[in-house]
Unconditional design. Sequence first.
Length: 205
Amino acid sequence: MSSNMGGLGMVLHENDPAVIEACRQGDHDAFALLFEANRDKVYSIALRFSGNEASAMDIAQEAFIKLLAHIKDFRSEARFDTWLYRLVVNTCLDHRRRRRNLLPILEDLVDSVRPSTETVLTDLLRDEAQGQVQEAVARLSPEHRMVVVLRYTEGLSYEEIAEILRCSRGTVASRLNRAHKILARRLVKFRNSGSQNSGGNRGRV
């Protein structure tokens, strides 16, 4: 199909309905705009979930192939962001089932646990200087990891996460609460282990 977007690409906002509709009609230039608007977001979710760049690239590529194949099924009464998140989430889970990747090695961990676990998670997951998904998060089960990523990396509300995962708000809250407890235990364990090792090293000097 020939492009009808013309010079609109320079002025259209991210995920503009006109771009999405043009994609549904098979406009490849419009899809290129949609790809540019969303590639970083899709890759970020894939990286947080998979824990390594190679897998994240595979997931992102597969997600955009699915997007191209199924964009015609998108209905304008739905929110495109929610529809896209669901597609990426499902691609991540499919990838997980097909390939049991080794968990990433932790590069940096916080050296203390603050009173608020939620604050700790927000700081950890939004600190791009870390360079890698935290090992503690990577070791969560897929269902717990995904709610953590959507909540703290993407900043979505409980209601938005529930819509994406097609579950109740209560289920989202329950999974996050469980994830908080698991992560808190692991961070405390790491802190205590680090303190013991530090003390032991000082004793040998």
